[in-house]
Each structure stands twice: as C-alpha cells, then as structure tokens.
Design a protein around this ligand. Structure first.
Ligand code: ADP
Ligand code: ASP
Ligand code: MG
Length: 403
C-alpha cells in the first residue's frame, strides 16, 4: 500500500518526538508499505516566526511573511530525513515547490491548484521515503502558504495526487472527539465521521482538521484517518456518509472564540444595504459570519453580523466611510463573544434540536445573541466567558459522552 502520513507540530515538537516519528515510519515500511510523509513546523515555531516579524514591523509584506513562515516546515523535514537516514532508511526532504505543489498566486491562505507529482513518484520508485514540507507551495515564482493549520491540506492533496491508499493524520489527540477533549472532559472519541459532518465541524472551529483538507478528501474520495502519534490507539475514520450505519442527530460540538458582533440600526432600504455593505466588507477581505437582517419598518432595516474580533477596528473604520451611502442611524458593537455550534447529519429530520440547545445554554445562564442554522448544524453566539460551561452543558444535554 501507499500511505501518506502527516505529523503535526506537537508530534515533531522536539528531537525526541522526531526520533519517535522516524521509528513509526520504519515500522510502517517494515509492514511492507510505501510512505510519503508530510510534516508541520516543530511545536509552536510558526507562532514564534509570526512574533519575530511583528518585532520588525506591524505591517509585514505578505510575500515576505510567507517566505518567513515556510522556513518552519523546512527545519522539521530536514531533521526527520536525518533521523531516518541514521536508521539506514533512504529519505529525502522536499520543500513544497520541490514536491511540485502549485498554488493560486495569493499570500497567507493560498489554495493548492495543481500538484505535479513526478519528483515524488520518481523518489518512491527508488524506494525512498519522501518527506514533504506541509503548508507551503509556489505561485509565479514566489513561496506561498496555505493558511494556519494548512499542513493537513498538503497531506490530503498529495494523497489525492499520488492515488495513495490512505492518508493518516497524526496529531496529539487520538482521533476526532464529540467536542474538544481539552475543554469537555466527557468528550468521546468517534470511530467514524462523515466528510460532510467533519467539514462542518472543521469550518465551525474544530481545529483537529483544516477545513480544506476535509474538502479535498471528500472531492477526491481520499480515505482519511485521524490518530495519535503518541499511541497506537485506533483513530477516527473520515468517510462517505453512505457507508455509515444510521445517522446521529448530533455528532459533535464545535466552538470559535474571539468573535465580535456589529449591529447597524436603521439602514435605509433604498440604499441596497446588504449588497453595498457586504460587498465593501468582502473588498477589504473581512470575513463575515452569522448575518441577521430584520425589517423594522417598511423603509428601514436593522442588520447585524459577526466578524473576528481582530477585524473589528477595520469594520468600524469602513462603516464610517459608508455612512453617507447607507444612511443608517447607529452602529453598535460588542466584543468578547464566542460561537458554539452543534453538527449532525440526522438533524434535518429532527425538529426540536435547536430548542434543546437553547435550553442547555439557558441552563448555564448563556444568553443567545444570534442564531444561524443549516440542515446539519445550529450555531449560537454567546458571551465568551460562559463558553466552557456552555460547551459542557450542550454536550451533556445531547448525551454525546455516551455511546
Ligand atoms: P496538529 O499540530 O497535530 O495539527 P492541532 O492543534 O492543529 O494539531 O489539532 C489538534 C487539537 O485539536 C487537539 O489538541 C484538540 O485540542 C483540538 N480539537 C478541537 N476540537 C477537537 C475535536 N472535536 N476532536 C479532537 N480534537 C479537537
Ligand atoms: N505550521 C503551520 C501552522 O502552525 C501549519 C500547520 O501546522 O499545519 O499553522
Ligand atoms: Mg493542525
């Protein structure tokens, strides 16, 4: 079999951890498999590089930021290659561009457009272990990065390009849980999750997989497993919905912190408020999440939406500029919020799920400030201070800790 293995930051966080990863690769080879490895930067070294740049300038150039951040993964690929070579295993490190990973010409969160796998397939034919730097690619001759957590996406995209039999994501928890096990002690490991549910969980803040990794796996039908590099425990298989036995009403709970809410009161309807406002926010690359519009009078609406807290100052500045055009009465904003979401493919046919969630939130005194729903999720914006209690309350209410 051809297996792509991806090791995250904690899994290669020290020389000892890198040695342990090399041992696991040797074992996989001894079992008769071919292996391509993708690694993240060691521990929190990407954060350290971000911090380093901030000591030079508050507005680093996007191209140079990518050039800087891509170095983290190059350290771990070279060290892991050395660890394998010292075990008499043929191994080479590959940067993203050496591995043929081409992205769109965008810095900071580029999408992979194409992979030319020849360098990797040639090396596999020579019976070597290719160790590829995650999170990076090349576009128009410049180094690009895929967005934080993007090494997962590198691994899945390579697995798709090589038609690998399996892609294994090794991390510091032994699978996908019903909630972040660091925040919800009663969270339970899920043996299987559908691509659809995993995509929602990832998009709604479950850090364990990068959303684009799940998207790519679903599109190319990549068999994906999440498991621990610290143990041999069986992980979680991410698979097609049709292969799953029965659909759970609620599969998991996810959370996103540092959310801010903006409410614009008394917007004149004549000004095409939604198109004008959200078009302007998109032009500034400000991500808008939950949106609520309520028509108050015939000629006026109130519009509220959430953004990342870090973007709030830019939103306020932009609204000052837009005020004459939109003709609103007042802007209110609130920081220190979080979004808590439940996800489950069986939710569609179960009315009353949202009501049960609201009750569980009320039980810990969390006021629901905004709600958004889809066929397989319900999200509520609440005060961040109550997040942890809210997560546990919702998790218990749907009995997610029990089989
Ligand atoms: P890596 O460095 O290996 O990519 P990450 O930190 O990106 O690891 O992802 C693993 C972390 O995701 C876990 O330590 C855990 O705290 C967090 N996490 C959030 N939600 C979940 C979930 N539903 N199941 C498992 N882990 C989760
Ligand atoms: N090193 C990058 C990050 O910390 C990419 C990754 O780990 O997936 O975000
Ligand atoms: Mg990660």
């Amino acid at each position: 079999m051809l297996i792509v293995q991806k090791y995250g930051g904690t899994s290669v966080g020290s020389p000892q951890r890198i040695q342990a990863v090399a041992d696991r690769i040797v074992k996989t080879r001894a079992a008769g498999h071919q292996v391509v490895v993708v690694v993240s930067a060691m521990g929190h070294s990407t954060d350290a590089l971000v911090e380093l740049a901030s000591q030079i300038t508050s507005e680093p150039n996007a191209r140079e930021m990518d050039a800087l951040l891509a170095t983290g993964e190059q350290v771990s690929t070279a060290l892991l290659a050395m660890a394998l070579q010292s075990r008499h295993v043929k191994a080479n490190s590959f940067t993203g561009w050496q591995a043929g990973i081409k992205t769109e010409p965008v810095h900071g969160a580029a999408r992979i457009e194409d992979i030319d796998p020849r360098a990797l397939t040639d090396y596999l034919k020579e019976d070597g272990v290719a160790i590829v730097a995650g999170f990076q690619g090349i576009a128009l001759g410049s180094v690009t990065t895929l967005g934080r957590g993007g090494s997962d996406t590198t691994a899945v995209a390579i697995a798709a390009a090589l038609h690998a039999d399996r892609c294994e994501i090794y991390t510091d928890v032994d699978g996908v849980y019903t909630a972040d096990p660091r925040k919800v002690p009663s969270a339970r490991k899920l043996p299987m999750v559908s691509y659809e549910e995993m995509l929602e969980l990832a998009n709604l803040g479950s850090q364990v997989l990068h959303p684009r990794a799940v998207e790519t796996a679903k599109r190319h039908n990549v068999a994906l497993v999440v498991r621990s590099s610290f143990s041999d425990a069986e992980g979680t298989v991410i698979t097609d919905m049709s292969t799953m036995e029965g659909l759970r009403v609620v599969t998991g709970v996810a959370q996103e912190k540092e959310v801010a809410r903006v409410a614009i009161l008394g917007v004149s309807l004549q000004s095409r408020p939604l198109a004008g406002l959200f078009g302007a926010l998109a032009d500034e690359n400000i991500n808008v999440d939950v949106i609520v519009q309520s028509i108050i009078r015939e000629s006026e609406v109130d519009v509220s939406f959430t953004v990342f807290e870090a973007d709030l100052p830019r939103v306020i500045t932009l609204l000052d500029v837009l005020k004459p055009q939109l003709g609103f009465r007042e802007v209110l904003h609130e920081k220190g919020l979080s979004k808590i979401s439940i996800v489950g493919a069986g939710m569609i046919s179960n009315p009353g799920v949202a009501a049960q969630m609201f009750e569980a939130l009320e039980a810990v005194g969390a006021q629901v400030k905004m709600v958004s729903t889809s066929e397989i999720k319900v999200s509520c914006v609440i005060e961040q201070e109550l997040l942890e209690r809210a997560l546990n309350s919702v998790h218990d209410s749907f009995a997610l800790g029990k089989e």
